[in-house]
Design a protein around this ligand. Structure first.
Ligand SMILES: [Zn+2]
Length: 155
C-alpha cells in the first residue's frame, strides 16, 4: 500500500496497485458544492484551462479534486490509510519532511501497531523522531531498490 501526498499520479504511473492519495489527484475534477459532490476524470491535467468546466449535475464550476491548506482530507482516504497502518509489518516513509499532518503522525501509528519503521530521506528528521527504528540517508531512487534487494538499473 502506498500512502502519498502527491497529487500527480506518479505512483500509479509507476505501477503501484494500491495507492491512497491523501491530498487528492490532479486527474480528477470535483464539484465544490458538497450537496452535489460530483467527481469526474480531468480531461488533461497538463493542459492549461482558463475557465473550469461546469459540473455535469448542477452546473457549478468544477475544481481539481485536491486538498488545499485548511481543507479536510477525504474521510474514505483517511480510513484506508489508518487501516493500512494498523495492518502493516514494515512502514517506510520516503522523501518527506515529516512535518505535514496527519501524514507526519503515521509513523507513530505504525510503530504503535508493531511495524518496523524506516525513514528514507536526504536529511535526518529534525527534531529526531523516536518512532523511526531506522533512518537511511540518501536518495529514495537509490535507497529503496537497495532496501528491497532489487537492482535499480534493471527493476
Ligand atoms: Zn455539482
Amino acid at each position: 500500500m502506498v500512502i502519498t501526498q502527491n497529487v500527480d499520479g506518479l505512483h500509479q504511473r509507476a505501477g503501484a496497485p494500491h495507492v491512497v492519495e491523501l491530498h487528492g489527484s490532479l486527474f480528477r475534477l470535483r464539484c465544490p458544492d458538497d450537496r452535489c459532490a460530483a467527481r469526474i476524470p480531468a480531461p488533461d491535467p497538463s493542459a492549461r484551462v482558463d475557465e473550469p468546466p461546469p459540473c455535469p449535475r448542477c452546473g457549478a464550476k468544477l475544481r481539481h479534486d485536491i486538498v488545499l491548506f485548511d481543507e479536510y482530507l477525504d474521510p474514505a482516504d483517511e480510513r484506508a490509510a489508518k487501516e493500512a497502518l494498523r495492518a502493516c509489518h514494515v512502514f517506510v516513509a520516503a522523501g518527506t519532511s515529516g512535518v505535514v499532518f496527519p501524514a507526519a503522525a503515521y509513523v507513530r501509528e505504525a510503530d504503535d501497531a508493531g511495524a518496523r519503521t524506516i525513514l528514507v530521506n536526504l536529511e535526518p528528521p529534525s527534531p529526531p523522531n523516536p518512532s523511526f527504528d531506522d533512518v537511511v540517508l540518501g536518495r529514495a531512487e537509490e535507497v529503496l531498490p537497495a532496501l528491497l534487494g532489487a537492482d535499480p538499473l534493471t527493476s
